[in-house]
Design a protein around this ligand. Structure first.
Ligand SMILES: [Zn+2]
Length: 277
């Protein structure tokens, strides 16, 4: 079990892998072609399932909770922490790989955007999300499989909600809810999808969550096959990239290869992506 610890000014942070997968760019980005990417199109690449841990003073903060069946608790144990030590869990959206482990953290106050709670509680919005998602796919069999997966996702979030509702604290976008912590509206992957900005002294980290899955998205502005609203993803990503550049922010991504950290710079030749390892 590997974890990756790093500092953001006076904050102690760690990337904690809940899981690890494998895919290729052709599968992830339906719009990608061999003319653009060459052999990289079908090369195997690592897909991370990274959770972010931050210690601020004596406060332990976790962003997302993994599936509940992965390695997150073992990764926390590597830092000498147990689930009961976590004071705040920030939830970024209602997908199972992000909220599945939430019941493991009995003491934590659960932070989510007002919009996220609204989209969890509004049945019409949930149905609309499923429909939009299905429209992405032409193949009927794939449509049915995806529809049932989206239904399952919706039911999972709805079944979970009554169990955690009393511990949820909703937060408005761009309002500081812990010193230096702000939620960013990052709709597109899902209607409830939320990114996060963390600042300490002169340093900033932007957790893009599921918005950016691979550096090719900086050049080509593609949405992934799993994004419910591809057009929105493209607009959201442009906003996030501008924000990252303006703040010279460290990037953290849930599905970037472990540890999920990178930097972006503007060169005369264009934007350049630098992995941080
Ligand atoms: Zn995800």
């Amino acid at each position: 079990m590997q974890t990756f610890s790093f500092k953001l000014a006076d904050l102690s942070c760690a990337s904690l892998p809940d899981n690890k997968g494998e895919s290729d760019l052709k599968s992830i980005f339906p719009a990608a072609t061999e003319a653009e990417l060459g052999t990289a199109l079908t090369e195997k690449l690592e897909v991370g399932f990274n959770c972010l841990y931050i210690r601020q003073g004596k406060t332990n903060i976790l962003v997302d909770t993994g599936t509940g069946e992965g390695q997150l608790l073992a990764a926390l144990a590597q830092l000498g922490l147990e689930a009961k030590d976590i004071d705040f869990v920030i939830l970024t959206h209602g997908d199972r790989d992000h909220i599945g482990g939430v019941l493991e953290f009995p003491r934590a106050r659960l932070i989510m955007s007002e919009k996220m709670l609204e989209s969890w509680t509004d049945a019409e919005k949930q149905e609309q999300m499923v429909d939009e998602f299905i429209k992405l796919f032409q193949n009927k069999i794939a449509q049915e499989a995806l529809a049932s997966r989206e239904q399952e996702r919706r039911h999972f979030a709805q079944a979970l909600l009554p169990q955690i509702k009393s511990r949820i604290q909703t937060v408005a976008f761009e309002n500081e809810f812990l010193p230096g912590f702000k939620l960013i509206d990052a709709s597109g992957h899902r209607t409830d999808h939320t990114a996060l900005e963390i600042s300490s002294e002169d340093q900033t980290l932007i957790h893009v969550v599921d918005s950016i899955r691979h550096p090719v998205q900086i050049t080509y502005h593609w949405a992934s096959f799993i994004d419910s609203y591809p057009d929105m993803v493209v607009e959201t990503n442009k906003r996030l990239v501008e924000r990252i550049l303006a703040k010279d922010a460290l990037i953290f991504g849930a599905h970037l290869p472990f540890p999920g950290l990178a930097r972006l710079s503007r060169e005369t030749s264009g934007l350049e992506w630098h992995w941080v390892k």
